[in-house]
Write a protein that binds this ligand. Structure first.
Ligand SMILES: NC(=O)c1ccc[n+]([C@@H]2O[C@H](COP(=O)([O-])OP(=O)(O)OC[C@H]3O[C@@H](n4cnc5c(N)ncnc54)[C@H](OP(=O)(O)O)[C@@H]3O)[C@@H](O)[C@H]2O)c1
Length: 315
């Protein structure tokens, strides 16, 4: 099959569009014909070798853990040709390929309302936002949350999910993305480039830190006593710093979850959740897609189109 692999860690230039062996499904896997793969910052971080010390990859490696496609043969409760999407296991070969084997329990039926190219942009980012907001922070109706990078992959889902849960949402982005943030449900939008986002903010219940660095450091004081900063950006936050502000902190580690994706697909089909697509590339243009996400200003999700797919293929 055709795939994009890297044989050594490095910059986007290490990505090679080439022939690779077909994946061999393990017990409990389904084989998916990939229509589209979502591109995430993690794809770049693993390609660069950021995690090679504690999570070495089998090289040559196929990156990409967001997939939408069609089931190849009946397995794991799925039937041939069913439209599915998944966040795949990060230790295994990914979705920048014509086929991928994924644990059946990590897979869900794709939202009927979306073309598979758009469905591929959902799993990892939506699962991350869900986990940070509800598993970790246990965000409740009537609480307030500051979502950094509201126009990014994780941020767009966080705004919608928090708003749907009845929280008051404050989100940051550059001015060009403010209309998008409002449409997603942000109550307050802040241009982080031209203003100190922290000025005027206080007593918030939660900060979703998708940026790290100075943005994280300047976020602590906006929390109420006992509030929580949940980081998705590396490195994990410093518990001693949180304690000095009288707040809590935790790091999100997104995990595959087919059952939750089924719920996410339901929300998409009922019109309660949407995905914004930044750009689409072909599989052979994977390096270009990586350069785009590395700039740090994608407006929504970046997609690799792999097999011809049309929305009309949906049953
Ligand atoms: N721990 C986990 O399990 C986990 C899971 C998913 C993601 N992550 C990490 O979370 C981070 C975000 O991921 P993502 O997929 O959302 O990234 P992304 O889609 O690449 O984020 C791009 C967005 O970031 C915004 N942005 C850049 N700098 C900003 C700043 N200083 N303040 C506010 N917004 C800023 C940009 O908005 P403008 O163009 O308006 O500037 C752009 O819309 C990454 O580091 C990723 O690795 C971790």
């Amino acid at each position: 099959m055709k795939a994009v692999r890297f044989h050594a860690y490095g910059d986007a230039g290490v990505l090679r569009h080439e022939d690779a062996p077909l994946p061999v499904p393990n017990d409990g896997d389904v084989l998916i014909k990939v229509h589209a793969a979502g591109v995430n910052p993690a794809d770049v971080q693993f390609r660069r070798g950021d995690y090679q010390a504690f999570a070495p990859l089998p090289l040559p490696f196929i990156p990409g853990w967001d997939v939408a496609g069609a089931i190849v043969a009946n397995a794991g409760g799925f039937k041939a040709d069913e439209r599915v999407f998944a966040m795949a296991d990060m230790g295994r070969h990914g979705a920048y390929a014509e086929y991928i084997a994924v644990r059946a329990t990590d897979v869900a039926h794709a939202p009927a309302r979306l073309p598979l190219e758009h469905a591929a942009g959902v799993p990892l980012a939506a699962l991350t936002a869900w986990s940070a907001l509800f598993d970790i922070a246990q965000l409740q109706a009537g609480q307030s949350v500051l979502v950094h990078a509201g126009a990014g992959g994780v941020g767009q889902f966080a705004i919608q999910l928090a708003r749907r849960a009845g929280a008051r949402v404050i989100a940051t982005a550059s001015a060009a993305n403010h209309e998008l943030l409002r449409r997603l449900g942000a109550d307050v939008v802040i241009d982080y480039r031209n203003a100190d986002f922290a000025a005027g903010l206080a007593n918030l219940d939660m900060v979703l830190d998708t940026v790290g660095g100075q943005t994280r450091e300047r976020s602590w004081p906006v929390l109420r006593s006992g509030g929580i900063l949940v980081a998705v950006a590396m490195p994990p936050p410093d518990a001693a710093v949180a304690q000095s502000y009288g707040v809590r902190t935790a790091m999100t580690t997104v995990l595959p979850n087919g059952e939750r994706l089924t719920e996410i697909a339901r929300l998409i089909d009922s019109g309660e959740l949407d995905v914004t697509i930044d750009s689409e590339f072909t599989l052979a243009q994977a390096a270009e897609a990586h350069r785009r996400i590395e700039q740090g200003h994608a407006r929504g999700k970046i997609i690799l189109r792999i097999a011809a797919s049309t929305h009309e293929e949906a049953p």
